[in-house]
Write a protein that binds this ligand. Structure first.
Ligand code: DAS
Length: 329
């Protein structure tokens, strides 16, 4: 059987990072270029034909709309290219979940698209990047990965973009988790086991790629949060706000009153949770306040979904709630 042809789009991160020492804690992300990286990977003897392109070489804390739009265009072109069977994006781990979710909602699903990173820089003892990369190539070269949207490969596990989140800042095996679904497959360089069938076989992009993303800040709620802070959040252009609420998206009464007031004036207010595996369902009070419940999306993903909806001209809280209830319907 012919080897799958995989396009690798490199954006930087720790997977391409160097510390200048095997044991130092501090390091610089995005130090190895794609050609060099593919030369290192060629020593692994992967069953794939790899080609690469450098999109950026930065830490993912600096990734945002300029990189996202280039990535989106490059992946869309690769999806339409008969010479490409799958795509791997190397990415910093800090915001991999956001890039994955945005691409997941705005790209068709007919070929595997896989994001991969590393928790340790390339010259550190115990570098996890090449193993993760080998795993990602294996997933991207497997036709059964199609119809599952954008996937994230870390620590011998495969996660769906909607579910994946970075939950640890140390350790290479369990730094990522999925919620509400756990991992959707187990992968090693020599084995790949899927749990269940693809769930997005209809294949189309759910949302158009937006020309601009609206101003939507995230507010982190804590005990005794001052409602005056809410008044100062955002600019006249701010279209919505995502609340990283306590527990099930809760907030102090005066903060709730302030936000309800702003919702009456047209601000979209989405209640998410600051709890990592927080599920925020609609509550009776949401009707009166005009709030939206984020369901299983964490605040950073809720923000992206709201931005995509606003870009499509959807600003009615009931329609926004329906999209949060099922982001892919
Ligand atoms: N510096 C971080 C980033 O680029 C960490 C990482 O990649 O793991 O996201």
């Amino acid at each position: 059987m012919a080897s799958p042809r995989i396009l690798v789009l490199a954006t930087g991160g720790t997977i391409a990072g160097m510390a200048g020492s095997a044991t130092r804690h501090d390091y610089r992300p995005g130090q190895i270029g794609i050609e060099d990286y593919l030369a290192r990977a060629s020593e692994l003897g992967l069953q794939a034909e790899l080609s690469g392109r450098q999109i950026a070489n930065i830490g993912s804390e600096d990734i945002g709309p300029p990189v996202w739009s280039v990535l989106h265009a490059q992946i869309a072109a690769a999806l339409a290219d008969d010479e490409c069977d799958g795509i791997v994006v190397t990415h910093g781990t800090d915001t991999a979940e956001e890039t994955a979710f945005l691409l997941d909602l705005t790209l068709p699903t007919q070929k595997p698209i896989v994001l991969v990173g590393a928790m340790r820089p390339a010259d550190a003892v115990g570098y996890d990047g090449l193993r993760n990369f080998a795993n990602a190539v294996r997933v991207a070269g497997d036709g059964r990965a199609a119809g599952r949207g954008v996937l994230v490969v870390m620590g011998d596990r495969v996660f769906a973009a909607r579910d994946v989140r970075k939950v640890r800042t140390r350790g290479s095996d369990d730094a990522f988790r999925g919620f509400p679904r756990g991992s959707v497959a187990l992968v090693t360089p020599s084995a790949l086991e899927w749990f269940g069938a693809p769930w997005r076989e209809q294949g189309g992009a759910r949302y158009g790629y937006p020309e601009q993303l609206a101003d939507v800040p995230v507010v982190y709620v804590h005990a005794a949060l001052d409602p005056n802070l809410i008044r100062r959040v955002g600019t006249p252009e701010t279209r919505g706000v995502v609340i990283a609420g306590v527990g099930e998206g809760n907030m102090p009464g005066p903060v709730r009153d302030q936000l309800a007031d702003m919702a009456r004036q047209g601000l979209i207010v989405v209640r998410a949770s600051r709890v990592d595996e927080g599920l925020v369902d609609r509550e009776p009070d949401d009707d009166a306040a005009g709030f939206v419940a984020a369901r299983a999306l964490n605040p950073q993903k809720a923000r992206l979904l709201l931005q995509l909806l606003l870009a499509e001209g959807i600003a009615d809280p009931a329609a926004i709630q329906a999209a949060f209830d099922d982001p892919y319907s």
